[in-house]
Ligand binder design. Structure first.
Ligand code: HEC
Length: 177
């Protein structure tokens, strides 16, 4: 290290040290609690890890859908101003432009749960109860004829749903999962 490098290095250490001391002195920040982390950690893994308790059926989901989702996704989810959620359209073409739907593209039913709970309804994400999300997922999967019309969705049954396109994904780094 040259003399000037040494000066810069010492200054950096000094500044870092003093800002840490300042933060401590002013009592900035609060240690995060397990409960805080739990509330933020809503990621559901493909195998269903972290799915909440609760259950739902398509019959319940139909009512919630009509009230909170239909305006944007159309009657029965068959298309409105925004994404079509119920469709038999095949996945055609290879490009990024190929129209993808839940039935022809999504690999895991558990992701549908994660997505709806996290992002929908668009104007009020995270306002749905866990049971409402199970019901909506059941409704969308049943309407797409992926599950039986009266099948109950819960933390045990949802990960077992086989999405039609599940085996067509190429895992780039299989040894990493
Ligand atoms: C105000 C409009 C609006 C409402 C209400 C709404 N959504 Fe959406 N939804 C969107 C938009 C916009 C997207 C597309 C976002 C994107 O792909 O960038 C979307 C995407 C989705 C998708 C993903 C579709 C796909 O294949 O990528 C699902 C599933 C979904 N919404 C479910 C719901 C459910 C369930 C409700 C009711 C609780 C709901 N949405 C209410 C606007 C809305």
């Amino acid at each position: 290290m040259s003399t000037s490098e040494r000066v810069v290095f010492s200054l950096a250490v000094l500044l870092l040290g003093s800002s840490l001391a300042l933060a401590e002195d002013r009592k900035l920040g609060t240690p995060i609690t397990e409960a805080d982390i739990k509330a933020l950690n809503i990621t559901i893994l493909p195998d269903g890890t972290n799915l909440p308790a609760g259950k739902g059926t398509a019959a319940e989901g139909a009512k919630i859908f009509a009230e909170k989702c239909m305006a944007c996704h159309g009657e029965g989810g068959k298309g409105g101003p925004f994404a079509t959620l119920v469709s038999d359209a095949p996945l055609k073409g290879n490009g990024i432009e190929a129209p993808k739907t839940i039935k022809n593209f999504w690999a895991n039913a558990t992701t549908v749960y994660d997505y709806i709970r996290r992002a929908m309804p668009w104007p009020g994400p995270r306002t749905l109860s866990d049971e409402e999300v199970y019901s909506l997922v059941a409704y969308i999967l049943a309407s797409n004829k992926i599950i039986d019309a009266d099948a109950e969705m819960n933390a045990q049954t949802l990960p077992k749903v086989k999405m039609p396109n599940r085996d067509n994904f190429i895992i780039r780094f299989p040894d990493k999962i």
